[in-house]
Design a protein. Structure first.
Lengths: 147, 147
């Protein structure tokens, strides 16, 4: 199994790095002049978590807290996110504003339209089905405790 | 196809975000106190490209040039990378040092060992095989021109 795990991890990373590059290079959308890929990624994560602390955001994006602070500042300035007041004053939670949700929705659409076009002639329906089965399972495994 | 592409992109992103988090949280390796996930990721990319400019590195990591400059500075200080002199003096290329290669090798091993352990009881050999087939194909598609 080991050799194949090594190849699998390697392929996943390559598709992640070069896939992102390819989309950014290929798609000329005004949205992406205005918002950086890292800002869009931050919006995506906040959307997934609904409400999230900045330290958890830093963990999920694998960056230092200082880098996250500057991203958050920019997103707050652009009114894409807002701070939710909680009863515990030490804890600040972030969530998307309506404008933030809209930007993310547009960006998601551009992304999936492009990927759909890129794959449509080259990938069989059955392969997409297999991809979904494997990734649904991987998601479940990641969420489980233990190991 | 559209609905499934949306789900596929979404699952890929979830596995990317939460998988990284899970590995970082679960694996307690001295290497990761010394080097941040973003530094390891930078080493990985330099290794994949063998020699790379800082602007291409910024593109591949989806971050601003300023963020890349600070990462490069840290990696140079730790002697994990070096600047290759080229005939064109305006162009600076980066490559891994022996120490950099060693850190990356160790980190890759920790990563694949953990993922191997996490998957071994839960994923069939056949599913790994399908994952490899799909991702080899995705890698080829990404590398092709057009669209």
């Amino acid at each position: 199994m080991d050799e194949r795990i090594i190849e699998a991890v390697d392929l996943f990373q390559e598709v992640m790095f070069y896939g992102t590059e390819r989309v950014i290079r290929a798609v000329d959308n005004p949205l992406w002049n205005e918002y950086s890929p890292e800002q869009i990624q931050t919006l995506k994560l906040i959307s997934k978590e609904e409400k999230i602390t900045s330290s958890r955001l830093a963990l999920l994006q694998s960056v230092h807290k200082s880098a996250i602070s500057s991203r958050i500042k920019k997103l707050l300035q652009k009114d894409l996110i807002r701070i939710v007041q909680t009863e515990d004053r030490r804890e600040k939670l972030l969530e998307l504003t309506e404008a933030g949700k809209e930007v993310l929705e547009q960006s998601d659409k551009v992304l999936t339209d492009y990927i759909g076009k890129l794959l449509s002639d080259q990938v069989e329906d059955e392969e997409i089905e297999q991809f979904l089965i494997i990734f649904r399972k991987l998601k479940e495994i990641i969420k489980m405790d233990g190991v």
